[in-house]
Design a protein around this ligand. Structure first.
Ligand SMILES: C[S@@+](CC[C@H](N)C(=O)[O-])C[C@H]1O[C@@H](n2cnc3c(N)ncnc32)[C@H](O)[C@@H]1O
Length: 209
């Protein structure tokens, strides 16, 4: 059931996304989208490092789950024209901002999609990128994400770490510490491998257990 905290009045998506189980019950507010395109972020979350950890196979399908404005999906699609990059978000407002970027329009291998539009890709994603989104995902969203992955695929979770003091990001009580994030991920039939953390983020690679 919906907790009742997750909806900001006028946002009705009709997709049945409930936030039950999510650490942060509120939906990401599109009014805060500019934060996602702050170049300062890329200093403590270097895209090249994240793409290396993602390790997408040549010609593969990557889903950027909770893409927002495509801050990572766009550079990934640009750097790897061999990949099909699904930039997935549940909020049409976010995809609208992504599509408005000239760089996005120029990339034929970048496909902005709402959750339901990604259904034909169930079981087909080689890799899933989940940046700053684990703390927003309810149980249903977690299952949906796992369902997109190929049997031998992997998910790279990079999210705000509650174990460290940070000058940026959501309050620590809305995010996970590493052990807690591992437990959450493993409760969906995945095996989590903890990789070296970034200054403010944990990095977890998950595969089917
Ligand atoms: C904090 S933003 C991060 C965006 C992007 N990954 C980045 O790092 O720039 C989280 C995004 O995830 C989206 N989101 C949250 N839950 C989702 C779900 N269940 N399915 C799809 N998108 C979701 C939100 O709409 C929002 O755009």
């Amino acid at each position: 059931m919906d907790s009742g905290h997750g909806h900001h009045g006028h946002h009705h998506h009709g997709q049945g996304h409930e936030r039950h189980g999510a650490k942060q019950p509120e939906r990401f507010d599109p009014a805060r989208a500019a934060l996602l395109d702050d170049p300062g972020r890329l200093e403590y979350m270097p895209p090249a490092r994240l793409f290396e950890l993602l390790d997408a196979p040549r010609g593969g399908v990557v889903v950027d789950f909770g893409t927002g404005t495509g801050a990572f999906a766009i550079p990934l699609a640009k750097e790897r024209p061999d990949l099909t990059v699904l930039a997935l978000d549940e909020q049409p407002e976010m995809l609208k901002m992504l599509r408005a970027k000239p760089a996005a329009a120029a990339l034929s291998n970048l496909k902005p999609v709402l959750n339901e539009e990604a259904r034909p890709y169930a079981g087909k994603a080689d890799r899933i990128l989940a940046i700053n989104v684990l703390h927003e995902l309810g149980d249903e969203a977690m299952k949906e994400m796992v369902g997109l992955m190929k049997p031998d695929g992997a998910i790279l979770f990079v999210d705000w770490n509650s174990d460290v003091e940070r000058p940026v990001g959501p309050p620590r009580e809305h995010t996970y510490g590493i052990a807690e994030a591992v437990r959450r991920v493993e409760s969906f039939g995945l095996r989590a491998e903890t990789l070296a953390p970034l200054p403010y983020h944990y990095v977890i690679r998950a595969r089917r257990a």
